[in-house]
Design a protein around this ligand. Structure first.
Ligand code: 5RP
Length: 219
């Protein structure tokens, strides 16, 4: 089974969590794209979707799924999205695609976060994948210095990339994230940081992992 086949399998498995007649929160990335394609097959059963990025909104609209403004939605039963890394407590690193801030907002509004990923994303200790931090452009150098001082690692500017919110991303390399909630809070408290890619204070509720032997559920 290829990695894409595993991503497609978990994306299709996530349809089981979609509540008929409701609005679905939709993430960003290649696994989320498989979910969007799967969601299109039951589009008449849902009220619409809230997108976590412009790219996701475009793909949803391309399938004829209505994209709603989050400010017109007071709650959603589920948010479905991929991840760059997960530990077995379902703390995640996200933001490889740069959509971390909108992803965290849509996840916050949703009752249940269903994370979909292939098995390569499950790790014992997170940090091999560089941790994305979205930063207001004028604060880039200050934030980089504070990250080194407060949590260590090596912040590197994601060259040529601007988020949907007009900001830059620092990818923090060489971390061993032993206490994800502590690191998430420390990063949030640095002035100039918009969001960081740790989803530990609000982890996933269910992780659907694609394996060569089928979809494994961790919750
Ligand atoms: C985008 C994300 C993605 O969920 C993450 O990068 C995983 O992507 P993929 O499904 O392509 O492996 O956080 O900001």
């Amino acid at each position: 089974m290829t990695q894409d086949e595993m991503k497609k399998a978990v994306a299709e498995a996530a349809l089981e969590y979609v509540v008929p007649g409701e609005i679905v929160g939709v993430g960003t990335g290649s696994t989320a794209n498989f979910f969007i394609d799967a969601l299109a097959t039951i589009k008449s059963k849902i009220k619409g979707a809230v997108a976590s990025s412009e790219a996701t909104a475009e793909r949803l609209r391309g399938h004829g799924i209505e994209v709603l403004n989050l400010n017109s939605v007071s709650n959603m039963s589920i948010y479905v999205d991929g991840a760059d890394e997960s530990n077995n407590q379902l703390h995640l690193i996200k933001g490889g695609g740069g959509a971390l801030t909108r992803e965290k907002i849509v996840a916050a509004v949703s009752d249940k976060f269903i994370c979909i990923a292939d098995e390569s994303k499950l790790v014992d200790v997170m940090g091999d994948f560089p941790l994305p931090v979205e930063v207001i452009p004028m604060a880039q150098s200050y934030v980089a210095r504070e990250i080194i001082k407060q949590i260590g690692g090596q912040p590197v500017l994601r060259e040529g990339f601007t988020t949907d919110n007009g900001n830059v991303i620092l990818d923090v390399r060489n971390l061993k994230i032993m206490e994800p909630t502590v690191i998430e809070q420390k990063l949030n408290n640095i002035v100039g940081v918009v969001t960081n890619g740790l989803f530990a204070l609000r982890p996933a509720d269910v992780l659907l992992l694609g394996t060569p032997n089928g979809v494994k559920k961790i919750s």
